[in-house]
Design a protein around this ligand. Structure first.
Ligand code: ATP
Ligand code: MG
Ligand code: MG
Ligand code: MG
Length: 563
């Protein structure tokens, strides 16, 4: 590609709205241009990196036995109603109507559509295991789109979905994807961690997030300094060795039915002073299993966290919950009547009076799900986030170290949530109907490229690693008006093209200073400078963008050297 015939609009200044380096550099290097909040054009130079990322993903997923397909962005509401997510998804789901007044949404993820494909086409266990993926544009009406491609509203995602006959099959599919993800991010040259992102054993489902380590990351993660354990801080298991407040033992049955309690009543129940304020309430069964962690009045306690804590598919946030309607209390927990529980109060903030500690709310709050019958809790997650120095829950000697991370990938064992709701079944070898066990696996394509820039840049520009760089070699023709320089550059350019090297020839009639500045900004890994002075000796100069290392070499062997 010749610079003069290319579209590479570089910028001298950082755009005002670009807060993080990758956003600044992608704008300045002409990789992206904004169309609307969280909606971007992929300019030619940026698209090359995006396509490389996609290709790496494709190769590794194909190797892992996944099959590519492509689903529509426009999803009929019908499918989303079947899964129940039309009601639950909230404002990130962009809904619209067609001319016949039929409801649609822009797919933010494709569990519904893929489950529909599979239930209509897969009938026998012989067609399993199956893993289908697509690389496709998603739309999520993010509340705060920012950081360029990192948190867009329209963005490219690779999403894969596995279908298996049983749990063991689904676990194997998960393990395969997990491994493929490791290879993908390794191939990109990224420093990353795979961290636990779900409360584990609950319902047999689990998930890992792949986090690129970067100061600008929106996620906090911890990893043990002695063993393999690593987790999202929101999900990290914590050990409460140091709880100092008194523990109360009670049977749920003996606690009053749900209802607003006075501070005195609850304080008495917990055996704490009424004036003492409570932040976290941990409910344990008699054999020390933690069955719930409740926190009052914390905005962080959203439905997802609450659901994860309780090991149910969903739970309503305090304000909206039916529990509130029924009882006037903002957060509720209940187990089967008669369950022996122990309540540990982490005394700090106030307002215990608003907790429901009772036996009936479960019917209202977690329709169907019943502790002990439908699920077991063997570990606990806590609202307090893990911090550096916390003891590791998996080994006796380790302590947490903490990092910032960018979530570039997420693997999820879904179980039968969608296949059950949408009736995706096959016949097994006995002719028996079986509900498919699913997994889903996402990678943010643009976000990964942005994360790679976060990890690979300096004050002059980006230094994307070779596998993601838009071009491999930049040939910088110092002075196109000099015949010898022009001819040598053209010859080298042609030679590289013939070898299949991805080369950009800077044939612009610009001052060397400008050319070198742009070269550093756009960060093509290898730069070969063809200048009159070195050329007199038959040499050109090779510069490694990332290390800054320079060397002279004969023009005649330059192409072979960089190939
Ligand atoms: P986040 O926690 O950052 O909002 P998520 O957990 O909602 O991400 P997933 O549903 O797990 O995202 O989607 C799979 C992958 O898609 C993510 O790991 C991420 O790489 C990418 N992704 C999600 N949201 C965005 C976005 N708004 N812009 C760009 N990439 C995104
Ligand atoms: Mg999100
Ligand atoms: Mg996330
Ligand atoms: Mg995620």
């Amino acid at each position: 590609m010749r610079y003069t015939q290319y579209l590479l609009p570089t910028l001298k200044e950082n755009p005002a709205d670009a807060e993080v380096v990758s956003h600044q550099l992608m704008m300045r290097a002409g990789m992206i241009r904004k169309v609307a909040a969280g909606v971007y054009n992929y300019m030619p130079f940026g698209l090359r990196s995006i396509r490389k990322m996609e290709q790496i993903i494709r190769e590794e997923l194909n190797k892992a036995g996944a099959i590519e397909c492509l689903m529509p962005m426009a999803n009929p509401a019908e499918l989303w109603q079947e899964s129940g997510r039309w009601e639950k998804y909230g404002k990130e789901l962009l809904r619209f109507k067609d001319r016949k007044d039929t409801d649609f949404c822009m797919g933010p993820t494709h569990e519904e559509v893929i489950t529909d494909i599979v239930r209509n086409t897969v009938k026998s266990y012989k067609q399993l295991p199956l893993n289908l993926y697509q690389i496709q544009t998603k739309f999520r009406d993010e509340i705060r789109p920012r950081f360029g491609l990192m948190r867009g509203r329209e963005f490219i995602m690779k999403d894969a979905y596995s279908f298996d006959l049983d749990d063991a099959g689904a676990d194997a599919a998960y393990a395969k994807m997990y491994q493929a993800y490791r290879t993908i991010f390794q191939r990109c040259g990224l420093k990353f961690r795979a961290v636990e992102a779900d409360s584990g054993a609950i319902g047999g489902n689990f998930s890992h997030e792949f986090m690129v380590l970067a100061e600008s990351g929106e996620d906090g993660i911890v990893s043990c300094d002695a063993c393999e354990y690593a987790a999202n801080v929101e999900k990290a298991e914590l050990i409460y060795r140091d709880i100092k407040t008194p523990a109360a033992t009670a049977e749920l049955q003996k606690v009053d039915t749900p209802g607003q309690k006075t501070i005195e009543e609850v304080a008495n129940f917990l055996k704490v002073e009424p004036s003492q304020t409570i932040k976290t309430l941990i409910v344990q069964t008699a054999d020390e299993e933690i069955v719930a962690v409740l926190l009052r009045g914390d905005r962080e306690l959203n439905e997802i966290k609450l659901a994860n804590m309780l090991g149910v598919d969903w739970a309503l946030p305090a304000e909206e919950s039916q529990v509130k309607e029924a009882t006037g209390a903002p957060v509720g927990f209940a187990g089967p009547i008669g369950l022996k529980i122990r309540v540990i109060a982490d005394a700090e903030v106030q307002g215990m009076a608003d907790f429901v500690v009772g036996g009936n709310a479960v019917d209202v709050h977690y329709t169907g799900a019943n502790l002990g019958r439908d699920f077991e809790v063997t570990r606990f997650a806590d609202i307090r986030q893990a911090v550096a120095g916390d003891p590791c829950p998996r080994c006796d000697c380790g302590k947490f170290e903490s990092w910032r991370g960018i979530e570039v990938g997420h693997v999820f064992k879904l179980g039968t949530k969608y296949s059950e709701a949408m009736d995706a079944t096959v016949l097994d070898d006995q002719g028996k109907t079986r509900t498919l066990v699913m997994g889903c696996y996402g990678i943010g394509v643009g976000r990964t490229v942005a994360a790679a820039i976060e990890q690979n840049h300096d004050e002059h520009g980006m230094c994307l690693p070779m596998p993601l760089a838009p071009f491999q070699v930049l040939v910088s023709m110092v002075n196109p008006k000099d015949d010898a320089v022009r001819e040598a550059s053209e010859q080298l350019y042609q030679e590289l093209l013939d070898m299949g090297v991805e080369v950009l020839l800077d044939d612009r009639d610009e001052r060397p200073g400008i050319k070198f500045k742009d070269a550093d900004l756009i960060g093509i890994p290898l730069r070969i400078t063809v200048g009159a002075r070195n050329l007199k000796e038959g040499n050109v100069e090779l510069k490694q963008r990332a290390s800054g290392e320079m060397s002279l070499m004969p023009l005649t062997s330059a192409a072979k050297t960089v190939q």
